[in-house]
Design a protein around this ligand. Structure first.
Ligand code: ZN
Length: 203
C-alpha cells in the first residue's frame, strides 16, 4: 500500500503525545480482533485522533505498519493539512502517514464533533451490513483516493459508523474509546448475525 499523495514534512522528529498510549492500545485491540487483518505481514487499517478541538491536525498510524512492529512512537505521524488541488499532505514524523490520510482529513474537516477515526477491514461486518442496517457507500473506490473520501462524505451525515463498499469500515467517536467500543460492538453484532444465519441453514 503506497501513499498516493505528495508529502511535505514540517518536522522530521518522532511525535510526542500522552495520548499515544491509548492509540497504541486500540491498534493492539484491532489487531487482536482481526479488525486490521494481516496482509503480507502488514496490518490493514489505520487509526487516528484529532490533536486539538478547533483544528484539523491529527495523529495517525504510519503507512505500511508491520504486524510485528512494537508500535513505538515513531509508528505514528502528525498530519497538519491536505491540499486537494496539489494532492499534498503536510506532516510531521519520521515515517510516511497512512495511505488513507486523505480520508481521515476529510472526516475531521466535515465533522467537528469527531475526535477519533478508526478504519478497519472486516469481511464479517461487510457481509452483515444489510442485515444490521449499516450505512454503506454506494460504490467501491480505490484505497487512498480522494474519490474514496468523497464517497464516505456523501453518506456520512451525522453517522458514527460507515461501511465502505467492498473495502472496510470507519468508526467515529468523540473519543478514541467511543470509536473503538462502537467498532467492537458492531463486530459482535455481525458475529451473532452470522451464527443466527448458520442456525437457520441447519433448521
Ligand atoms: Zn482500508
Amino acid at each position: 500500500m503506497t501513499v498516493k499523495f505528495n508529502i511535505i514534512f514540517i518536522e522530521r522528529t518522532i511525535p510526542r503525545d500522552s495520548r499515544l498510549d491509548e492509540l497504541r492500545y486500540w491498534c493492539q485491540e484491532f489487531q487482536r480482533l482481526n479488525l486490521t487483518p494481516r496482509y503480507q505481514n502488514r496490518s490493514l487499517g489505520n487509526l487516528s485522533f484529532r490533536l486539538n478541538q478547533d483544528e484539523d491536525d491529527f495523529m495517525i498510524t504510519a503507512s505500511a505498519l508491520e504486524v510485528k512492529d512494537s508500535l513505538s512512537d515513531d509508528s505514528f505521524v502528525i498530519v497538519h493539512s491536505y491540499d486537494a488541488e496539489s494532492s499534498t499532505i503536510r506532516a510531521s514524523g519520521t515515517r510516511e502517514p497512512s495511505s488513507e490520510s486523505v480520508l481521515h482529513f476529510g472526516v475531521y474537516a466535515a465533522r467537528r464533533d469527531t475526535n477519533a477515526v478508526f478504519h478497519g477491514h472486516s469481511g464479517r461486518i461487510i457481509r452483515a451490513s444489510d442485515a444490521l442496517g449499516l450505512t454503506t457507500t454506494t460504490k467501491f473506490e480505490d484505497y487512498g483516493s480522494l474519490e474514496l473520501a468523497t464517497s464516505v462524505l456523501d453518506v456520512l451525515d451525522d453517522q458514527s459508523f460507515i461501511v465502505m463498499k467492498k473495502h472496510g469500515f470507519l468508526s467515529l467517536g468523540q473519543t478514541m474509546k467511543e470509536a473503538g467500543t462502537l467498532a467492537i460492538e458492531i463486530y459482535e453484532r455481525a458475529r451473532s448475525c452470522e451464527s443466527a444465519e448458520k442456525e437457520n441453514h441447519r433448521a
